[in-house]
Write a protein of this length. Sequence first.
Length: 185
Amino acid sequence: MTRLLRVAAVAAFLTALPFRVGQGAVAPLAPTGFVVTHQLTLPASPVAVFDAFTGDIRDWWDHSIAEHPKALYIEPKAGGGFYEIFDDSGNGALHATVITAWRGRLLRFEGPLGLTGRAIVMVHTLEFTARGSDSTLLTLTVNATGQIEPEIPDIVDRVWHHFLIERFKPYVESGDYRRKVSSAQ
């Protein structure tokens, strides 16, 4: 009998509250998706282009959360990360997780990059294909699905154009990547 009284008291208390349990604000979310593809030819071997794209990327990647991040790098190994480290305390962000790394052939990572905070899954695949004796066709394919507002596909396309065409291509063409690659060996 005492247990029945406790259950009745809890039920009476819950019904007296100004809200109902399980009656939160629910809005439908219709997931959508898109694919963005970029291709460019670079004057270096696939291994050199892969190495230039990974490791410390501060020489060509110019978007970050911190104004002056302590480190910004992509670990070229399965389970590695695309990290931005803000300071000496280790504060930072994991922008993506590397799911496939095959030096000179393929780099695939999953993460929202600058779209953190949205219910979105983005898989970025970079393929490095030899063209001639010392040239590489770099193909980027971004597959995205989730909470995607209408402007997001264009934003992703423009941002990757910026990184690949305006930043990475001149970095490789200038030969600056050779300093990084030779210092890593």
